[in-house]
Design a binder for this molecule. Structure first.
Ligand code: ADP
Ligand code: MG
Length: 330
C-alpha cells in the first residue's frame, strides 16, 4: 500500500468577481458574480514510505493547495486522497497524529511563549513518552542548534531561528509523514544547509516520508531523488531528478548587453537565441557541444557588447521547456 495515494485530485475555488470602487462593492453585494479558479487540475501520483519527494512549480502553480488537501485542511472538489489508508479530511484527528506540517510563511507556535514551553506543550498534546521526548530534544538541539533559543519567545526570533524551532516542534512527535511547504524561503545559505541536513537525517534514521514544496532547486538537488512538477494545477513531470538534471544540466544561458540594437546575428554553433530585446540578447547553449567562451567570442565578433553574464537555467525556464515538450521523448 502506498503511503500517499492521489487520484484525479482537483480543487476549484469559487471566487467573487468585483469591479473596482465602492460602486463595484455594492454591486457585488447585491448581484454577486462568481468565477471558478482551478488551482489543482486532476492530478495523480502515489508516494511510498521513506520517499523524499520534491513537489515543485512556480508561484501559483497549486503546490500549497495540494498540500492542504493532503493534510486535510482543504476538501478536494474532485478526486480522492488517501494518506496511510485514510481520508485526511474526514479522519482528521487520526491523520494528524501521523503527520507533521510546516508552512514556511507562518508559524504554528505560540507567539509569546518561550520556545521550550511551546515544545513541552506539543509534547503533551501528542503524548510523547517523556524519556523519548528528552532524547529527541537533545538530538534536535544538536542538529538544529537550538540550545540558545530554548528560552526565547518565538516573537523575538529571526526568520531562520523561527524555522528551526518550527521544524523541531513539527517532528517532536515523530510523524511518519512530513509536509514542508517552502521551508527555506527567505533563509540564508547556512540556515538552509542546516535544515536540509536535519531533514536528511530524519529520513535516513526513521524512514520519514517527506513531501517538500519549494521553488529552490538547491533544496531539491540536495534532498530529493524524485520530483513532481506542476504547472497551472496540472502535473507535467513525475520522475527521477536525474532525468531533469541530465536534460537541463546540459544547458547554460549567457546574456549580452549590447551598445546598439541587434538586427541580425549568425547564431553560434550549439547555441540558440531564447530572448532578443533591443539591447539584450540571451542565448542558451549545449555544454556538450560548445563552451561559454566560444559562444561569447562568436557573438562579440559580430556585435559590440557592453557586458555579459552567465546563468544556470532556473526552475521557471525548466518548467517552460518541459511544458513545450522538452521531455516528450522520455
Ligand atoms: N483560498 C483561495 N481562494 C481562491 N483562490 C485561491 C485560494 N488559495 C489559492 N488560490 C489560487 O489557486 C492557485 C494556486 O495557489 P497555491 O496552491 O497557493 O499555489 P503555490 O503554492 O504553488 O504558489 C493560485 O492561482 C491562487 O491564487
Ligand atoms: Mg505555496
Amino acid at each position: 500500500m502506498s503511503t500517499i495515494q492521489v487520484e484525479n485530485l482537483s480543487k476549484v475555488f469559487r471566487i467573487t468577481r468585483k469591479e473596482p470602487g465602492v460602486a463595484g462593492s455594492i454591486k457585488a453585494l447585491f448581484h454577486p458574480q462568481f468565477e471558478n479558479k482551478v488551482a489543482v487540475d486532476s492530478i495523480n501520483f502515489s508516494i511510498d514510505r521513506g520517499e523524499v519527494v520534491g513537489y515543485i512549480g512556480v508561484n501559483g502553480a497549486g503546490k500549497s493547495t495540494t498540500i492542504k488537501m493532503l493534510t486535510g485542511i482543504l476538501v478536494p472538489t474532485g478526486g480522492h486522497v488517501r494518506v496511510l489508508g485514510r481520508d485526511p479530511h474526514r479522519q482528521r484527528v487520526a491523520n494528524a497524529a501521523e503527520i507533521g506540517v510546516v508552512f514556511g510563511q507562518r508559524t504554528q507556535l505560540w507567539w509569546d511563549l518561550a520556545f521550550i514551553e511551546s515544545l513541552n506543550l506539543i509534547g503533551k498534546i501528542y503524548q510523547v513518552d517523556p524519556v523519548r521526548y528528552k532524547q529527541l530534544l537533545d538530538q534536535f538541539s544538536e542538529t538544529l542548534e537550538l540550545k540558545d533559543l530554548l528560552h526565547v519567545p518565538i516573537r523575538n526570533m529571526s526568520l531562520g531561528q523561527k524555522m528551526r524551532a518550527e521544524l523541531a516542534a513539527t517532528l517532536i512527535h515523530e510523524p511518519q509523514i512530513v509536509y514542508l511547504d517552502e521551508p527555506t524561503i527567505g533563509l540564508d545559505l547556512i540556515v538552509k544547509e542546516r535544515i536540509r541536513e536535519f531533514i536528511k537525517q530524519q529520513n535516513r534514521d526513521k524512514g520519514t516520508t517527506v513531501i517538500l514544496t519549494t521553488h529552490d532547486l538547491g533544496d531539491i538537488e540536495e534532498l530529493c531523488q524524485r520530483v513532481i512538477i506542476i504547472d497551472a494545477g496540472k502535473l507535467i513531470y513525475d520522475g527521477p531528478i536525474s532525468t531533469i538534471k541530465e536534460r537541463f544540466g546540459k544547458y547554460r544561458e549567457i546574456s549580452f548587453e549590447t551598445r546598439a540594437s541587434v538586427n541580425h546575428i549568425d547564431v553560434p554553433h550549439g547555441a540558440e537565441i531564447i530572448c532578443a530585446e533591443p539591447r539584450k540578447l540571451t542565448l542558451r547553449f549545449d555544454r556538450t557541444v560548445t563552451t561559454a567562451s566560444q559562444v561569447a567570442a562568436s557573438v562579440m565578433s559580430q556585435i559590440e557588447v557592453q557586458d555579459f553574464s552567465l546563468a544556470e537555467p532556473d526552475l521557471a525556464s525548466i518548467i517552460k521547456q518541459i511544458y513545450n515538450g522538452a521531455l516528450q521523448t522520455n
